[in-house]
Design a protein around this ligand. Structure first.
Ligand code: ADP
Length: 404
């Protein structure tokens, strides 16, 4: 069985999925796993097609000190215990910088270019690159593909790509990139089947997970995003504040005496729903809490989504459909109802029963702007890109490059 391995490596976890290649280039998910708790309480967990557990093992902290060690354990498990020998590996890489508007086959030159973007995503890019480097060293003939969270937004116009700062900084790469691009691309590819009449129209997609952003799409292409230079901007998130006056950062440094790395840590880990509620970064816990500050955090989340919808609708000069996706967007009927109530002025009206059922179409029939719930699948997107780059390589037979 020919397979593709998809890797999504973060600072404390390595998530992986295995897809088999079926007839006509169709992909079928076979295994979903992760090693989390890297450097704290490492644990390998994996499940099969029906969610049945295939592995659940704890490791001593010193056995998995970093992402490279986690990758080695996951790789050994797949190769030696399951005899899975992928013909290619696809990686989710957060930053393609100004250079990459498409996925790319990896070689040493590409790795060197992607290393240049580490300052643009210091908390993500090094971890994304770590397994790429270790696989390149151990299996130099195995094709690897990098798929970028920024790539889908490279279609932005100059006004959407710039900040009002001197041009030199834009040339250096200080731009409004936008993130969650693999999720938006999956939605853009799914819409023609789900709603062919609006797929070519003006659509706002709300990716509401631990990280959250929204994308304005026209004819399936990104024209604006709530995120910018880093994944800190825009909507409030689990532990990130979203839009923040840069003066707050200056205040933290000058008045609170925080160093740049302290501020970075604070903004990525201590703010957002967690900071505002003082209860949790997890929407389920906030919804279950009786604490007034948890309610404030939810109110703020809804408020900022609705303000940003106004901004994106202005960018699109109207709205033909709205899509909810990711953990909160797919699962929280309450958040969807509260956001939709505040967007009635745009022509949105939910069908309460369909919303509670998490149906695909949750707006009332005949409303101006239909509202959809579409589960996202970033890993499938990575697997598809990997397969397609593999198949379109000049004069190579993927089977010949199999790992010995
Ligand atoms: P990520 O992939 O960025 O880690 P997810 O897309 O899995 O994040 O989303 C995680 C968020 O989704 C968490 O805030 C979690 O509480 C929320 N979530 C998941 N299920 C539900 C649910 N049934 N109700 C409300 N929120 C939910």
């Amino acid at each position: 069985m020919d397979t593709i391995l998809v890797i999504n490596a973060g600072s404390s976890s390595v998530k992986f999925q295995v897809f088999s290649i079926e007839g006509e280039g169709r992909l079928r998910r076979r295994i979903k796993g992760q090693i989390d708790g890297i450097g704290s309480r490492p644990r390998l967990r994996a499940s099969g097609v029906n969610g049945d557990s295939m592995a659940d093992r704890a490791y001593p902290i010193e056995a998995v000190p970093d992402v490279a060690a986690a990758m080695a354990i996951a790789g050994d498990w797949l190769r030696h215990e399951l005899r899975i020998d992928p013909i290619a590996v696809g990686h989710r890489v957060v930053h393609g910088g100004p250079d990459y508007g498409k996925p790319v086959l990896i070689d040493h030159g590409v790795v060197a270019r992607l290393e240049r973007f580490i300052p643009l995503a210091p908390l993500h890019q090094p971890h994304n690159l770590s397994p790429i480097r270790s696989i390149l060293a151990a299996f130099p003939a195995l094709p690897q593909v990098a798929c970028f969270d920024t790539a889908f937004h490279r279609t932005h116009s100059a006004v959407a790509d710039h900040y009002a700062i001197p041009h030199q900084l834009h040339a250096e790469g200080v731009r409004r990139y936008g993130f969650h691009g693999l999720s938006y691309e999956y939605i853009a590819k799914s819409l023609p089947q789900i709603a062919p009449d609006i797929a070519q129209g003006r659509v706002i997609v709300a990716h509401l997970g631990s990280g959250a952003s929204m994308c304005a799409m026209k004819s399936g292409q990104s024209v604006e995003s709530t995120m910018g230079f880093t994944a800190l901007d825009g909507l409030p998130m689990g532990t990130r504040p979203g839009q923040l006056d840069p003066g707050v950062v200056l205040y933290l440094m000058s008045e609170e005496g925080m160093s740049a790395s302290k501020v970075q840590d604070f903004l990525y880990r201590e703010c957002g729903l967690k900071g505002l509620s003082g209860v949790s970064n997890d929407m389920r816990e906030l919804e279950a809490s009786a604490d007034g500050k948890a309610a404030l955090a939810i109110d703020y989340f809804v408020h900022r989504i609705c303000l940003n919808v106004g901004m994106l609708a202005a960018a699109l000069q109207g709205l033909d459909a709205f899509v909810f996706t990711a953990g909160i967007g797919e699962n929280s009927a309450r958040i969807r109802a509260r956001v939709s109530e505040r967007l009635e002025w745009l022509g949105i009206a939910l069908d309460a029963a369909e919303n509670t059922r998490h149906s695909r179409l949750i707006s009332r029939s005949g409303t101006l702007v239909p509202v959809y719930v579409v589960p996202t699948d970033e890993e499938l997107m990575v697997a598809q890109h990997t397969l397609s780059l593999l198949m379109n390589r000049p004069s190579t037979n993927p089977r010949q490059e199999r790992v010995p």
